[in-house]
Write a protein that binds this ligand. Sequence first.
Ligand SMILES: [Zn+2]
Length: 449
Amino acid sequence: MSTNAGHRGQSLLADFPAKEYAGLEFEGYEKIAAAQDRLLTGHLRYTAQRSPFYRELFAREGIDPHSIRGVADLLKIPCTTKDDLTLRNNDFLACSPEEIADVCLTSATTGDTPNALLQTSSDLSRLAYNEEAAFGMMGIGAADTVIICAALDRCFMAGLAYYMGGLKVGARMVRAGAGSAAQHWHLLKGCGATVIVGVPSLIRKIGQYAIENGDDPKSVGVRKLVAIGESIRGQDMALLPAVRQLEEMWGSAIYSTYASTEMATAFCDCHERQGGHLRPELVVAEIVDGHGMPVPHGHTGELVVTPLGVTGMPLIRFRTGDISFMIIGQCECGRRTPRLGPVLGRKNHMLKVKGTTVFPSFLISAAEGVDGVAGAYVEATKKEDGNDNIFLYVAVTDPSLSVEAISDCLRARARVVPEIIFITEEEYLGKTLPPGKRKKITFFDLRRQ
Ligand SMILES: [Zn+2]
């Protein structure tokens, strides 16, 4: 039997070659930069040679892949967008069909057909290593029972990554998957989970279910909450009020991990919880402005990623559409890798009112920080003068709450105060959690209709 690295039968938990770089994040800045340059040039040469999309792009732009000597030269290469992936999906394949071991799907920019991100066995090993490193940074290991409250099926990548990474750190894994708060509560209580991996709003719902049924979430002994899919901090790096409440509810510390299917790499908190550490052996990250040019250190812009070492459908300078910023300098944990701040919003969700900008997620988290608010969502329309009309729908469970109280709270935190409309919790759930959708929808953009 063949034993080459891309063979389908390779153990999914085999070591990813870049594991030899583990520990690099504690080295000096120059050593980290040199390793990134080396890994990047190898990735570019593989991709330019094997991927029809990038072969064509390099030829069209007149770029010799060998002329890119490192991260500093990356700007010469145009960015890749989600639209490119949708329109040219098959042209991103850089391996033979026999080498594809796993089919991952992600939402497309247009139409109902999802984009495929096909993975080789080597990519699966990379994914497992990536999550092993993330769990390791959070101090999760063999003593832990980790419950995954996220889908592991339907071709989603994230649940699979957490599962494989958890196995690699030696934890006991509980594949709860997508389910109701009641199912999750009984399962995590029964197995004595010490770590919950899930979307913060779901973890809150599980805790609320427990409390409503006379139980105490703190009684289980969960010590860590791993937050996926939603930001848990504001731009000032402070935990959002609703997230602080979540920590109190469970008597646990919450950690942020940020990733996407396209980047296949997590930016994860260390035990200091001061931003998601970049893994230098797995990804090159840039923060760019609206023209694709780098912003000064610490400034806000769009995150652009080049996931290193991917062999199935490798990407170069992929625009994530997520707005964030980088924190440079040594972390208290000793690592010298840059840390990614919280995702402040989606680039195309930015709302503009009289020269000021705000993200729907900011308004929602501010409203959800008020006691007696069960949830909120934003709807935007376009005014004739070019400004955006913003409506904040707030589900309240406390009848004594007034629109003025929410307005005052928003005014203290944001320069833009939207029109506030009270709704019931039932109306909120019906609007934000339509049947069949994986993620809660909390922004309804009617500006282009
Ligand atoms: Zn750190």
